[in-house]
Ligand binder design. Sequence first.
Ligand code: CP
Ligand code: NVA
Length: 315
Amino acid sequence: MNTPTIKTGQVPMRHYLQFKDLSAEEYDYLLGRATLIKKRFKNYEKYTPLYDRTLAMIFEKASTRTRVSFEAGMYQMGGSVVNLTSGDSQLGRAEPIEDSARVISRMVDVVMIRTFEHTKIEAFAAHSRVPVINGLTNEYHPCQILADVFTYIEHRGSIRGKVVAWVGDGNNMANTWLQAADVLGFTLHVSTPSGYEIDAKVAGVSNQACVKVFDNPMDACRGAHLVTTDVWTSMGYEAENEARQKAFADWRVDRDMLAVAQPDVLFMHCLPAHRGEEVDADVIDGPHSVVWDEAENRMHVQKALMEYLLLGRIG
Ligand code: CP
Ligand code: NVA
């Protein structure tokens, strides 16, 4: 019987499957590293601490940002990347996820997975010898919220004590924002159509003090420092699209919603966006929007995350 060993040397193995997997103190450290790593990238300074490491990416759903940010980020840090999809690997031909984890994690140093049910990534992680990063599941999208928090801090300073308004579906992004509010100490105002509420059990946050629920999205946006939304129909829910178009019609972020927020409110969207559905064009393309910084920052924070999971604290 082979005993799994950890190739990361002195660094204890950690997975990043949910936002709550790291503490506020670790986020302080990580976001500080992301700032430094971003600065080096902007100055064309070579920084290749992962020169001997390989990242495997497994995509069971489509992606632009996650794919490019992880792949470019790993190459910039000196490492290599292997990209797998269900269609071009044995994953799509029913090889058990546990067996895939055992095999893939013997050959690479870190794995990023985008899949459907969160239980799938948990099963992979339970049989992996190396850190596993969640690149989106039906339930959570922690790398995106990591980038969003970093973007907020870059533009406005600390997010502690602030109000973030979530307008739209109680989906993977909403669940993860709720975890972030709990871990980092801000308040999440949530407004979803009836039937699409956040499931507190799935979100995994028992602290009721960090969330306030509103029937009317305007009320959720009142006084907010950040207003954010997402598609009405997430990947995997396409069969519900027609019903969702009707149910979400009043949950389109528009100028009136930003007008009742703080004067210097920021607007974020994880993208891809549908102008005229969940957000009006004059909001996403307007002066409060920081969506392009938000998208770019995926790469910088994920480089910091991979550095942390593989090398531990630097210095
Ligand atoms: N925001 C995000 O995860 O984008 P992709 O689906 O393009 O990866
Ligand atoms: N909630 C969306 C996010 C896409 C990045 C989805 O899961 O499709």
